[in-house]
Design a protein around this ligand. Sequence first.
Ligand SMILES: CC(=O)SCCNC(=O)CCNC(=O)[C@H](O)C(C)(C)COP(=O)(O)OP(=O)(O)OC[C@H]1O[C@@H](n2cnc3c(N)ncnc32)[C@H](O)[C@@H]1OP(=O)(O)O
Ligand SMILES: O=C([O-])CC(=O)C(=O)O
Length: 370
Amino acid sequence: MTATKGLEGIVATTSSISSIVDGVLTYRGYNIDDLAVNASFEEVAYLLWFGKLPSSSQLSELQAQLSRYAPIPDELISQMKLYPKDMNTMAALRSAVSALALFDNQADDMSREANEIKTMKLQAQLPTIVAAISRLRDGLEPVQPKEGASIAENFLYMMDGKAPSETAVKAMDQALVLHADHELNASTFAARVTVATLSDIYSGITSAVGALKGPLHGGANEAVAKMLDEIGSLDNVEPFIQQKLANRDKIMGFGHRVYKNGDPRAKHLQKMSRELGERNGDTKLYDMSVRIEELVTSQKGLKPNVDFYSASVYTQLGIKRELFTPIFAVSRVSGWTAHILEQYEDNRIIRPRAEYTGPTNQKYVSPELR
Ligand SMILES: CC(=O)SCCNC(=O)CCNC(=O)[C@H](O)C(C)(C)COP(=O)(O)OP(=O)(O)OC[C@H]1O[C@@H](n2cnc3c(N)ncnc32)[C@H](O)[C@@H]1OP(=O)(O)O
Ligand SMILES: O=C([O-])CC(=O)C(=O)O
């Protein structure tokens, strides 16, 4: 038995949800480039869950269901009020998602029908939770979700309590589409491992949020924003990046386990970042990002991943940095739940082996003789 570090190149499951072949990402066979410019996030969520794009009536029904499920239990809000103000937002989200199970009397109902309802509840409630965490941290009361609004619009509205601009809603919706699913990434794998023990869907999503939090995965978008802050100006990009590369430090938002010639989602986020900068009359963040990309690509051969330009997109939308990774979860919960439903459909416990490298032939010696 020989271990492969990080399971690189290991095919661990079959899946019909999303694929990455020769650098092309598809959801259920639809190219991400097509979906990013044409589909709404709700259409994409439906596609991931049910395998086909919804008809107009199916889409309206889904929107109505998501609206109905969006409010979160008052008991959960009371609990969240006890979270410390200096909390890590992803840790708070992880706790709140776990607590949601306590207020759902179908949490342990393993029927397909019950799991589809929980899937929609989770999709509807994650944005409400993230917006509430943000407001409670600022000493503000949560804003109730607005009936009939899309996930993107509602999320922006619940964060600020003000109607978001059309531009902001469009950008958020596209960002949600781009982050919705990504084959067997670490958080999706964590979700599948958890539910493959026949544990409940809330346990799977709690595991996934925990895995997404790390800076090598979803947490990289927040780290990119910190780096942009630290760099501060276009003039400082070159010395900063040269120093980082000389120290062999990782540049956050670059590199990918699967894509070696670039992440197909990055170009859409780059375009969004440029357009938002032009609209705001200030392209500094975009210009700095492009310069970082030029340096890292020419000197290390590394290309930006989905987390790189999303940092300048969200910053230019006026979103606080500590919400960047939670926004990833607001989108990716669609993919996580699709994978969980798929795992339950044809389940076998996921239990690989480890190559043992510790000592052998040890003999027990009593404590006084050690
Ligand atoms: C949504 C997402 O999860 S996208 C990924 C988000 N994460 C990041 O942006 C964090 C920065 N990137 C990374 O840490 C990595 O590229 C990962 C985690 C994405 C992929 O990791 P792996 O597939 O294990 O690649 P690995 O870390 O082995 O990198 C291969 C080589 O490229 C280097 N490298 C990879 N990424 C970077 C980077 N961002 N900056 C500098 N060097 C890098 C490594 O140091 C390594 O060099 P070496 O062979 O000289 O030791
Ligand atoms: O696939 C991965 O390893 C990480 C990633 O890009 C994602 O989850 O979107």
